[in-house]
Ligand binder design. Sequence first.
Ligand code: F6P
Length: 376
Amino acid sequence: MSQHIGILTAGGDSPGLNAAIRGVGKAAQGVYDMRVIGFRDGFRGLVENRAVDLGGGVLSGILTVGGTILGTSRDKPHKMKIGGKVQDMTDVIVENYQANHLDALVCLGGGGTQKNALVLKEKGLNVITMPKTIDNDVGLTDTTFGFDTALGIATDAIDRLHSTAHSHHRIIVVEIMGHRAGWLALGAGIAGGADVILLPEMPYSLQTVADAITDRVKSGKNFSIVAVAEGAMSVEDAARVQAIHERIQSAEAADERKARKQAKSDLKAIEAGAGDHTLQLARQLEELTGLESRPTILGHLQRGGTPSAADRLLATRLGTACADLINDQHFGVMVAARGEHAVPVPLEEVAGNKKLVPPDHPWVVSAGRVGVCLGN
Ligand code: F6P
């Protein structure tokens, strides 16, 4: 009897999602004769049973299209806002899984989606995931689809900023996405020839950055490009964040809910200020160096548009491997990229396993060797 599979895309959209939906769907239908449906808008669509049939040519022509044909949301199955109240909707998801006679549920997403999928696995569903995010911060996979495209966009932006920074003898501080990981800023900063690269993993000293820019001026280069990851922080802010984390931990240990809530909202206030941080950094560098300075926030441009060839290839490889694993009844895993291969890794090992930039990573070493200031 043919198997029925459901697919959803969750979290922030990412170039390559449609290539992955197509990869798993075409292989499932064409090779294994499975029936494939999609759910709209992530886990919310599964709760609301908004299903669409992905047969009959729906998957044709989407390989090169950005975003996700299914829509997405950041809703969590076990903490979903329904009518203004946060509720655990996992039982409803199990009911809808059964009502649609599903044999497997494919969840395409980043770090949050891996955790959500694990919750559903623990409810007894046959889940299987694939790693997508422009942040490249999912553990146990070489890379995630979306990253390569965003890397190209951010690099192109830095190239363009160079000519205007050079013409006006300015500092341009360009903010690059990546949540709390610095992969995108580091990769695009190196590829685009940024003079300073600031990462969340390596708190920076403002004075060190200003000195590096002043040294460039002394050597006749009176412009600089500063690539700053959205999660980057000064040494002082990093110490404040660390102190808040300690407050959260001790409030949790003492079961003090009010103190925990307050500490969490203090943390959110610091993290929510990413754009403000970039504006402030540009102002501070202007004051310290005497060079005119401009901030540029690339924002969601980095997630839009057609996926790169590398992302189409990766998403197709992982998608077709996912169909093979479903056929083999191999569930509860993420299909990870390892070299030329696609390997299943248990969701228990992936959930919560955030891949950050190690300070001794070869990219960091190379950046230092070509004279990039990393702010430390
Ligand atoms: O995870 C992808 C990402 O683009 C991050 O780089 C960024 O911090 C976040 O999503 C932005 O989220 P939203 O699209 O919800 O504003």
